[in-house]
Design a protein around this ligand. Structure first.
Ligand code: GTP
Ligand code: MG
Length: 467
């Protein structure tokens, strides 16, 4: 790969420039706000994967005095051959006064990354929900005068009403005009806009083609890594155990206190593991600021142990009975894909295997508190491992919902992340019946810990459930 391309994202104030930079550079720390004039200085946001910069986007302040700036340029350049030099002279001559709040402060600031490097591409951003008017022509002329490769993006902030009108006008100044919504652009749309950046300059074509391949690879890698951390956390949560000694001849009230104490501390450890899983997923998807937003509305996120919400993430009682019975039966261990899960499960149900596992998952609390004798006399109170299959599915369901929300989110989105609970009821149906049973068996086995092979199998099944 040759040098990574650079692009300056410019335009009127408040047209979504910073949003475009945030989404395309996968950077959630950029200031974006409904207030006009949020960005005051130009700043470079490199997009890198594994430490290698693939492209750099410059976020810039909006034009404030484009007409006066253009007048200055027109006075400077006697003919078209002097236009590029005029832009350079404009920046040079106003630079020092710009720092002292000079009248072309914003123009100097936004032109700075452009004149600094003649290879910097220009991305001009407009709002497709606002009508075009000739006052934009001064901005577009200045950009034209730079002589640098440039294209326009129409951001349909409040809809597409004036997109066509804009296309007509922008077509006069830019060879490439695209519609791009930074708030809803999934990875395919982002990649498609990068492909149009490549059309700006011959040398960028092969570089950006490689970049797109790297982005796709990274996305697959990210899913694999996410499946890995979910599998690891699931196995860790389900096999987790804690214990407390019970003093000899302790009265029932003390035992009860210890039971409550260990229940609370066990739940806390499990919540902590879930939270740390969420942190890892966020980091994998390059979100650094999301926790702040999540914490603000913590009440929206139901607690792991809030059973009234289990049904949203877990499975119905009937599905659980069918799955646990079939997976637990001898036949379940050697499922033949050609037989198909459905007939097998009916067979298992008819075989009367239902009652034992059904009562187990229905009654066993996730904490699985037990009082046991210890070898040298006395007793201990034990929490875990989780034998409740429903709970296992709840943990997995919650992790998948979380991943779905994070993976679908663009880095320009500053709203509070909503983890949708109710879409998740049928998530398991994305796996074949055979794989559903494999998953159930692995979850059942997790209480005793999973070896590396089994954990790998769990990871593969989870990967198939990720967005
Ligand atoms: N609904 C919607 N809102 C958008 C979109 N793009 C930007 N916005 C919102 O528009 C406002 C301005 O976005 P910014 O990205 O800060 O715009 P900017 O051009 O960088 O603004 P300045 O730095 O002030 O010049 C913010 O409230 C964004 O959330 C979009 O595609 N759809
Ligand atoms: Mg901005």
């Amino acid at each position: 790969m040759s040098d990574a391309p650079q692009f300056a994202v410019v335009g009127h104030p408040n047209k979504g420039k910073s949003s475009i930079v945030a989404t395309l550079a996968h950077h959630d720390g950029i200031a974006i706000s409904a207030a006009s004039g949020t960005t005051l200085v130009s700043e470079a946001y490199p997009f890198n994967i594994n430490g290698k910069i693939l492209y750099t986007l410059y976020d810039t302040p909006g034009f404030q005095r484009p007409r006066q700036a253009l007048e200055w340029l027109q006075n400077y350049a006697k003919d078209a051959s002097m236009r590029t030099a005029a832009v350079q002279a404009f920046v040079d001559q106003h630079q020092s006064c710009a720092q002292e709040n000079g009248r072309f402060k914003d123009e100097v600031e936004l032109l700075r990354p452009i004149v600094k490097n003649k290879d910097t591409g220009i991305i001009y951003v407009v709002d497709g929900s606002q009508p075009y008017n000739p006052s934009y022509e001064a901005e577009m002329s200045i950009l034209q005068w730079t002589g640098q490769p440039r294209m326009a993006l129409i951001n349909p902030i409040g809809g597409e009403t004036y997109v066509e009108q804009w296309q007509q006008a922008l077509g006069q100044y830019f060879s490439i005009v695209r519609v791009f919504n930074p708030m809803s652009a999934d990875l395919d749309k982002q990649i498609s806009i990068l492909s149009s950046f490549a059309e700006l300059k011959e040398e960028w074509q092969s570089v950006l083609k490689d970049t797109i391949a790297v982005i796709r690879q990274q996305n697959t890698h990210c899913r694999q890594q996410t499946a890995y951390v979910i599998a690891e956390t699931l196995a860790d949560i389900l096999s987790h155990q804690q214990s407390l000694p019970v003093p000899p001849s302790a009265p029932e009230s003390v035992t009860q206190q210890l039971r409550e104490q260990i229940t609370a501390s066990y739940q806390k450890s499990l919540r902590k593991r879930e939270q740390s899983l969420r942190e890892r997923i966020k980091t994998l998807y390059a979100f650094q600021r999301l926790d702040i937003q999540e914490n603000t509305l913590n009440a929206e996120h139901h607690d792991l142990f809030d059973q009234s919400h289990w049904y949203l993430f877990g499975l119905s009682r009937k599905s659980l009975v069918i799955l646990s019975t079939s997976a637990g039966s001898a036949a379940g261990a050697v499922i033949d894909a050609s037989v198909g899960g459905a007939s097998l499960m009916l067979g298992a149900l008819a075989g009367g295997l239902l009652s034992a596992s059904a009562s187990l998952f229905a009654s066993a609390k996730p904490e699985n508190i037990q009082i046991k004798g210890v070898p040298l006399g006395g007793k201990k109170i034990n929490a875990g491992p989780v034998k409740n299959l429903q709970f296992a599915f709840v943990i997995l369901g919650r992790a998948l919902s979380y991943q779905h929300a994070v993976a679908a989110r663009v880095h320009a989105d500053k709203s509070i992340m909503v983890v949708t609970e109710n879409d998740q009821k049928h998530w398991l149906e994305n796996l074949s019946k055979t794989r559903q049973l494999q998953l159930t068996r692995l979850l059942q086995k997790s209480a005793k810990g999973l070896n590396e092979t089994k954990r790998g199998q769990l990871q593969t099944l989870i990967e198939a459930l990720l967005r």
